[in-house]
Design a protein around this ligand. Structure first.
Ligand SMILES: [Zn+2]
Length: 331
């Protein structure tokens, strides 16, 4: 339960102890009790709110960028979770991309627009789950394709429209007519319609980052009705291998889940209690601890200069620092 320390060991709540003292105190914390963990969690958050210094954003080695969680990037606007990127805009989780806009989950790409969950693309637009493709529009699950339009599940093909093969000349002529027609209808230039989504909003990664938008398609999982032990009634640290047979209903969502052997061994080794939340719910909580996707201006708690932070107001952090003040205080 320490904050802002560097190169220290055997500290508790930022106070130095000998190894023996540290081990004795931690041993007495009763970390196997879920209620105790809850108390310690609340106490720790109190320290984070009042005593810890927080950098306004987590951008490392960036130049002319806005957004957050950016590393070794330049010229990127309103981007999040990027690394080694250049001149992107509105991109999220897109490492090693350049000149891309409105993309999410793209790894290694150039000149892409409205692309999601894809790898190694060049000049691909309005596409999902594409790998090693270039000069394509509206492709879904295609691999190694060039000059394809509106295709699904093709491998190493060129000049296809709606999965049908054409010559280069035919392709260019038809695509020109198609895009013209789509422009007239107001269809061209947008991501695939929402009805093509692979799953409901609630089961997508978007649900980690955003609240469910109005009118979103929500999906229930087939197994969601399975009844088991209520997570809140799970025993604390004492459990045997028979816990492998348990079906547990998440204490917050009711969704059922089970444990695996490695997981039980891990909890046992650290003397922890069994988790009462569905695994994705645990992930969602961890994501909730990250900064949000909307910047706001605050006064640096060190120099009083204005700084953009992505910590939402409701976190209640009182000591948000600009990069210079943060580095001065912590290092
Ligand atoms: Zn400052």
């Amino acid at each position: 339960m320490c904050w802002n320390l560097r190169n220290k060991q055997y500290c508790i709540k930022n106070k130095q102890y000998s190894r023996e003292e540290y081990e004795r105190i931690v041993g007495e914390l009763a970390l196997g009790s879920r209620a105790r963990i809850g108390e310690l969690d609340a106490e720790f958050w109190g320290h984070l709110r009042k005593d810890a210094w927080h950098r306004a954003s987590i951008n490392i080695n960036t130049e002319n960028c806005s957004g957050n969680y950016l590393t070794d990037s330049k010229g990127c606007g309103e981007c999040y979770f990027l690394e080694d990127c250049e001149d992107d805009a509105y991109a999220m989780r897109c490492p090693q991309t350049k000149d891309c806009m409105d993309c999410s989950g793209l790894f290694r790409g150039e000149k892409c627009y409205e692309v999601s969950q894809s790898t190694d693309l060049n000049n691909v637009k309005f596409s999902i789950f594409a790998t090693d493709c270039s000069d394509c529009f509206y492709v879904d699950q295609c691999v190694g394709c060039r000059h394809c339009f509106g295709c699904v599940g093709l491998k190493r093909r060129e000049y296809c429209i709606l999965n049908k093969q054409f010559s280069r000349e035919e392709y260019e002529e038809i695509v020109e007519k198609l895009t013209e027609k789509m422009r007239e209808e107001g269809e061209f230039g947008e991501m695939l319609p929402y009805r093509f989504a692979y799953n409901g909003f609630n089961l997508s990664l978007a649900a980690f980052y955003c609240d469910v938008p109005e009118g979103a398609w929500l999906e229930s999982e087939p197994e969601s009705e399975v009844a088991g032990v209520d997570g809140r009634d799970l025993a604390d640290a004492e459990f045997g291998d028979d816990a492998l047979n348990l079906v547990v209903n998440c204490a917050e969502t009711g969704r059922p889940y089970k444990f695996v052997k490695h997981e039980l061994d891990f909890y046992r080794r650290l003397g922890l209690s069994l988790p009462a939340l569905y695994p994705e719910q645990r992930n969602k909580r961890r994501f909730g601890e990250l900064m949000g996707l909307e910047g706001r201006m605050v006064k640096c708690a060190g120099c009083s200069g204005e700084v953009v932070t992505y910590w939402q107001e409701d976190k209640g952090f009182e000591r948000i620092f600009c990069e210079a003040c943060y580095l001065k205080e912590v290092y």
